[in-house]
Design a protein. Structure first.
Length: 150
């Protein structure tokens, strides 16, 4: 597929009401997804720590440093997509949040970069940042635990 064809697909996606486009031809596969704004934007999933199963607490889950117990109080902010986790808006800038910071639903706590698009992840809940579970510039998957808020 030529670059011009890809640009044309990107333009068509941007002008449409679609959120995602997957194009497959033989061994070639192209995934395009546009950033959504407002109420339609993907939201980070909130996973109350108390609802984790005993099986999950036996082994550390992806995105957790050191195998924290799943019975820890609070709510986990998880990645809304596959991408790269960034704790700050730029390499020379301070982190969005630190352990002990108070946040509300609309506080940006990190960025997940996907396909060169920087997607802000908001806390989605009011509370205090208890843990930051992912290292800066590390790849994350959908559902990876990023922070714990109490």
């Amino acid at each position: 597929m030529e670059l011009e064809q890809i640009k044309e697909l990107m333009s068509c996606l941007e002008e449409s009401k679609l959120h995602k486009l997957v194009f497959k031809k033989g061994d070639f596969e192209l995934h395009l997804e546009k950033e959504m704004v407002g109420a339609l934007a993907p939201r980070p999933r909130m996973v109350p720590a108390e609802t984790e199963s005993a099986f999950q607490s036996e082994a550390p889950l992806k995105g957790e440093r050191g195998g924290h117990a799943a019975t820890a109080p609070g709510t986990f902010v998880t990645s809304p997509m596959v991408g790269t986790f960034y704790a700050s808006p730029g390499p020379d800038q301070p982190s969005f949040v630190k352990v002990g910071d108070r946040v509300d639903e609309n506080t940006v706590v990190c960025i997940v970069e996907a396909m060169k698009v920087m997607n802000e992840v908001k806390a989605g809940i009011s509370g205090t940042v208890a843990e930051i579970l992912t290292d800066n510039a590390q790849p994350v998957e959908f559902g990876t635990r990023l922070l714990r808020i109490v």
